[in-house]
Design a binder for this molecule. Structure first.
Ligand SMILES: Nc1ncnc2c1ncn2[C@@H]1O[C@H](COP(=O)(O)OP(=O)(O)OP(=O)(O)O)[C@@H](O)[C@H]1O
Ligand SMILES: [Mg+2]
Length: 314
């Protein structure tokens, strides 16, 4: 359904995302994880055609046979929300504070040609679908009158309004408390036609997605079914990320990954993780390809677990 091929994102001479390739099938829920600054949001924004000024994308991102990266801006407006739509972290900034919620949900449909009366009516159905109580009453409220969780549900309703084939969520629940977060995650998993889900939270990915992409330094360093990647991480970065997310036994130190994420353009050549990796050797100065385990190691053919590491963990 979505096929991203060798997506690179740069600003001037600095490469922020490098040759990222992945696919998402209809109905599939894929997580995108990695530390802050690894390029997750830029990958999503490229697909949406929403890159900031001065940042450009190359490569291909095909959705339903169309290359989203090659589409001129005015055509993209038509696709956005129809083929693919996105839910961001902070719903307060994404909603118009001066416009009633119901009108905002309806507007995304009228912009795509739905008659006003029909859009209003469908809008109420959508508010109900994202489990907002008393939709008719809520539709007349302004964003500031809603709770954070309710605002995020409104954003989800807006994202679903034109029945997109793919939903992208970038840290959609970070600003919510844990119980509201849980409900929101269940809802997203239920309503998304196909999902690219960005988060720092590994437990969240494990509960929502079937497959995961691990990003670091603008590259996908490991990918595969959640169970395989989380129970047997092969890339040393993924291993560190998982170790850092577990609660250590009492009295022992919290495991961390040594060093910190360099600023854009500050990653080493070859393996981007080598300056922080305890297993790095000379060969790591050569860039490792993202490939699967050897046939002998594969539990079955068609195994999609892949990693870009010269010294993978056992
Ligand atoms: N408009 C921009 N101009 C220049 N550099 C940028 C721009 N936007 C992002 N970057 C840089 O690109 C890199 C990747 O950014 P990105 O926002 O994709 O990271 P992320 O993985 O989403 O991080 P986080 O988890 O903090 O959201 C970072 O080093 C960031 O500083
Ligand atoms: Mg981000």
């Amino acid at each position: 359904m979505l096929s991203v091929e060798r997506l690179s994102v740069r600003t001037g001479p600095v490469e922020l995302v490098r040759e990222v390739s992945f696919e998402i099938a209809a109905g599939e829920r894929v997580g995108l994880i990695g530390e802050s600054g690894s390029g997750k949001s830029l990958t999503a924004l490229s697909i949406m055609g929403l890159l900031p000024e001065g940042v450009t994308a190359a490569g291909r991102a095909r959705l339903g046979g169309r290359d989203l990266l090659g589409v001129p801006e005015r055509e993209l407006k038509g696709l956005r929300g129809r083929d693919v739509s996105m839910v961001f972290q902070e719903p307060m900034t994404a909603l118009n504070p001066l416009m009633r919620v119901g009108a905002q949900v309806a507007e995304v449909m009228t912009l795509h040609g739905t008659p006003r009366a029909r859009a209003r009516e469908r809008g109420l159905g959508l508010l109900e679908r994202v489990r907002l109580p008393r939709p008719a009453q809520l539709a007349r409220a302004y964003p500031h009158q809603l709770s954070g969780g309710q605002r995020q549900r409104v954003m989800l309703a807006i994202a679903l309004a034109n029945e997109p084939g793919l939903l992208i969520c970038d840290e959609p629940t970070t600003a919510l408390d844990v119980t509201v977060q849980r409900q929101m995650l269940d809802l997203i998993a239920e309503v998304a036609p196909a999902l690219l889900f960005i988060t720092h939270d590994l437990a969240v990915v494990a509960s929502v997605c079937e497959r995961v992409l691990v990003m670091y330094g603008g590259r996908i360093v490991e990918s595969g079914p959640i169970r395989q990647v989380f129970t047997r991480p092969r890339h040393r970065y993924t291993q560190g990320l998982l170790a850092a997310s577990r609660l250590p036994p009492r009295g022992t130190r919290l495991p961390t990954i040594t060093g910190s994420v360099p600023p854009a353009g500050g990653f080493p050549d070859g393996c981007v993780f080598r300056n922080r990796c305890p297993h790095a050797t000379e060969i790591c100065a050569t860039e490792p390809a993202l490939t699967g385990p050897t046939p002998a190691e594969q539990p079955r053919t068609g195994d999609a677990h892949a990693f870009a590491c010269w010294h993978p963990a056992d």
